[in-house]
Design a protein around this ligand. Structure first.
Ligand code: ADP
Length: 447
């Protein structure tokens, strides 16, 4: 086992990783920008190294500075968290070439899944069902037209290098195709320096359902069930649950078997998530994330696993030590992402937290790096906390989340807590009757 790990991240996820390290008896090194001098992850780590100015490009994305910090502190492994360098294959490679362990999959697998076209063709070859669409990259608008006519409108033009909902444009009819094609390519070129695009049928009422998996270095792969992340705004998740109100245990077993067999054949290691759109009883693969995800706690609550601890154990070369049969599920879990945003127009609201009082009690978990007096910096992601509840049934989990949010005090900045309250009391949400389009419509009605 490692004796010291560098955490190449900030905020709640840096704390989450730090906590797992503590429990494993591993020393931690925090890295931080000048804007995060007073951050909680810096205070709680055994050692901290400033790696640059506020801008992420010069600090949390500064590979040379992070590697120097690892070298001077004698860290043996680096956990990248999510975002920042977590899905950067070159970073993973550089870490390993410096004799350190990257806590995650191989650079080859990160690269493969980072290109959504390669990801789809790889998964298809391994027997995973896909969203109908083009066979890889589109060479021309004429080809796009042909494929669109075959799969039927509306269609979606997506960037191969896409992420965070960028480089994605819907064409409702053929008349809109050329514009969608141009806009998606321009956006993709600007954001990712790669204008390769592909086409998918735009599904009208899917749910976003994803499967959490873990693989060790010995081809053992297990899944930890699904998360329903359909509640999204601008393709960004806001509230997640495990399990999905739409999936039966049999369906979970079936898709789980397909996925674990595919990843075992690939020789995939560490944590990963396969994202699907689910409609009319069909799972259609859209992409794979080769890292720990923001919403991982809901899986931890229902399957009683510490995913970060598992990531570290796997990276240290340990075997999983259990099989699919040993993974069991109990109760229901919901996570609300609390963003420092105006709940009406979602504009970011950084500033000083004048009072902070997190909720507690049975079945309530808060993952956050906030404290009273903390200044939420304007430079990074606006998510400041995750409230996670666990209860025997979905109805009880909803009631517990409502009670937890009522207790939650964050003063001095605006947050999306009022929006979560409205969602939780909505009869459609309570029935579990929602798709990926539900939240956009719901928030438009609130305006
Ligand atoms: P990103 O990597 O940018 O997050 P994804 O491929 O994961 O992109 O898609 C993000 C979200 O966009 C999905 O969760 C879903 O809400 C929506 N989406 C993606 N593909 C489709 C599709 N073919 N039809 C309808 N919605 C889609």
């Amino acid at each position: 086992m490692f004796s010291k790990i560098l955490i190449a991240n900030r905020g709640e996820i840096a704390l989450r990783i730090l906590r797992a390290c503590r429990e494993l008896g591993i020393k931690t090194v925090a890295v931080h920008s000048t804007a995060d001098q007073d951050a909680m992850h810096v205070r709680l780590a055994d050692e901290a190294v400033c790696i640059g100015p506020a801008s992420s490009r010069d600090s949390y994305l500064n590979v040379a500075a992070i590697l120097s910090a690892a070298t001077i502190t004698g860290a043996e492994a680096i956990h990248p968290g999510y975002g920042f360098l977590s899905e950067n294959a070159d970073f993973a490679e550089t870490v390993e070439s410096h004799g350190l362990v990257f806590i995650g999959p191989t650079a080859q697998h990160i690269r493969m899944m980072g290109d959504k076209i390669t990801a789809k063709t790889t998964m298809q070859a391994l027997g995973v069902p896909l969203v109908p669409g083009s066979d890889g990259e589109l060479a021309s608008i004429e080809e796009a037209r042909k494929v669109a006519a075959k799969v039927g409108y509306p269609v979606l033009i997506k960037a191969a290098a896409g992420g965070g909902g960028r480089g994605m444009k819907v064409a409702p009819t053929e008349a809109d195709l050329e514009e969608a094609w141009n806009v998606a390519r321009t956006e993709a070129r600007a954001a990712f320096g790669n204008d390769a695009v592909y086409l998918e049928k735009y599904m009208d009422k899917p749910r976003h359902i994803e499967l959490q998996i873990l693989g060790d270095n010995y081809n053992n792969v297990v899944h930890f069930g699904e998360r329903d992340c359909s509640l999204q705004r601008r393709h960004q998740k806001l509230l997640e649950e495990a399990g999905s109100p739409a999936i039966s245990a049999e369906q979970r077993d079936e898709i789980g078997k397909t996925v674990t067999e595919a990843l075992s054949k690939m020789g995939y290691r560490n944590a990963g998530t396969l994202e699907f759109l689910y409609q009319d009883g069909q799972f259609c693969f859209i992409e794979m994330n080769t890292r720990l995800q923001v919403e991982h706690p809901v899986t931890e609550m229902v399957s009683d696993v510490d995913l970060v601890r598992e990531q570290i154990r796997i990276a240290a070369g340990e075997k999983l030590g259990y099989t699919q049969k040993d993974v069991t599920f109990s109760g229901h879990s919901i996570e609300c992402r609390i963003n420092a945003e105006d709940p009406n127009d979602f504009s970011p609201c950084p500033g000083t937290v004048t009072v902070y009082h997190p909720p507690g009690g049975l079945g309530v978990r808060v993952d956050s790096a906030l404290y009273t007096g903390y200044r939420v910096p304007p430079y990074y992601d606006s998510m400041i906390a995750k409230v996670i509840v666990h209860a025997p049934t979905r109805a009880e989990a909803i009631a517990r989340m409502q009670r937890a949010l009522d207790e939650f005090v964050v003063e001095g900045i605006k947050t999306v807590i009022p929006l979560h309250r409205r969602i939780l009391e909505n009869p459609e949400f309570q029935k579990g009757d929602y798709t990926i389009h539900w939240l956009e419509n719901f928030s438009a009605q609130l305006q």
